[in-house]
Ligand binder design. Structure first.
Ligand code: RIB
Ligand code: CA
Length: 261
């Protein structure tokens, strides 16, 4: 089977964690590395959470590289009101033993994209696009070398989730989103709230998840139970939207999103 090589840029985040676990379990995806970014919570927390998820999944062979500690220009905002102070409240996971690598996440993006044949790496952004924007400014040549970008971000007709019109990932670093989206040379798939709000972890789905054995399923259920509180209070939904996992879903089965949009 042809494996699609991806780099996941992320701000875990319960839904980020589910997306990472889904990518690790997907037979056709080869996760080359995980780059953390400030977003839902500080980059210190998102880096620790990325390590926790990889340890939970038994994949400490995959490197974590800490990325940017804040947005390019605007005043930092977080989504701790959704994800909790740690950014991944819900399950009690042990402090990670694995450490992030010394190389900065922006340089990992640049070096890894340059080290692979053109058109072989897809970058998946699950948080503010700060790292990818910095990488494109520092090394514009990578734009021609990426196979594509898939991002959870934006809102069309759906309205926002951090302001009445803004979706969090773009709102948290709009300048980075502008830089990345202006690189039209790179095929870029945006998965907005209009799609992700159609993929809710409803009570029957939570029951199915809860019935699964294994530590990943148990942690996933606890994560979604925690983050779903926000959507219940804000929208009255009985179930958290699977924002970030929709990017992996698109990679695995693009048509599953077309019907939702
Ligand atoms: O708006 C949803 C996005 O913001 C998701 O990536 C979620 O993890 C939060 O970062
Ligand atoms: Ca995220």
């Amino acid at each position: 089977m042809d494996m699609r090589k991806i780099i996941i840029d992320t701000d875990p985040g319960q839904d980020d964690a589910i997306a990472i676990m889904l990518a690790l379990a997907a037979p056709g995806l080869d996760v080359l590395g995980v780059v953390s970014v400030a977003g839902n919570v500080s980059v210190q927390h998102t880096t620790t959470n990325a390590c926790k998820v990889l340890e939970l999944a038994g994949r400490t062979d995959i490197a974590v590289h800490a990325g940017c500690a804040g947005p390019l220009r605007r005043t930092p905002v977080t989504a701790a009101h959704v994800h909790g102070q740690t950014g991944m409240d819900g399950p009690t996971l042990p402090d990670p033993v694995m450490r992030p690598r010394a190389q900065h996440g922006v340089d990992f993006l640049i070096d890894t994209i340059r080290a692979h044949p053109p058109g072989s790496i897809t970058v998946v952004t699950l948080g503010p696009m700060t790292n990818l924007a910095m990488a494109l400014v520092k090394a514009p040549d990578i734009a021609q070398r990426m196979a594509g970008i898939v991002s959870m971000g934006g809102a069309w007709a759906q309205g926002g989730n951090i302001t009445p019109s803004a979706e969090f990932n773009v709102y948290a670093d709009p300048d980075a989103a502008d830089i990345v989206l202006r690189h039209a040379a790179v095929p870029h798939t945006l998965v907005p709230l209009d799609v992700t709000h159609r993929f809710l972890v409803t009570p029957p789905r939570m029951a199915q998840l809860g019935a699964l054995k294994g530590r990943c399923a148990r942690a996933a259920a606890e994560m979604l139970g925690f983050s779903g509180r926000f959507d219940l209070a804000k929208y009255g939904w009985a179930g958290a939207p699977l924002h970030d996992p929709c990017t992996i879903g698109w990679l695995l089965a693009p048509t599953c999103l077309r019907a939702a949009g």
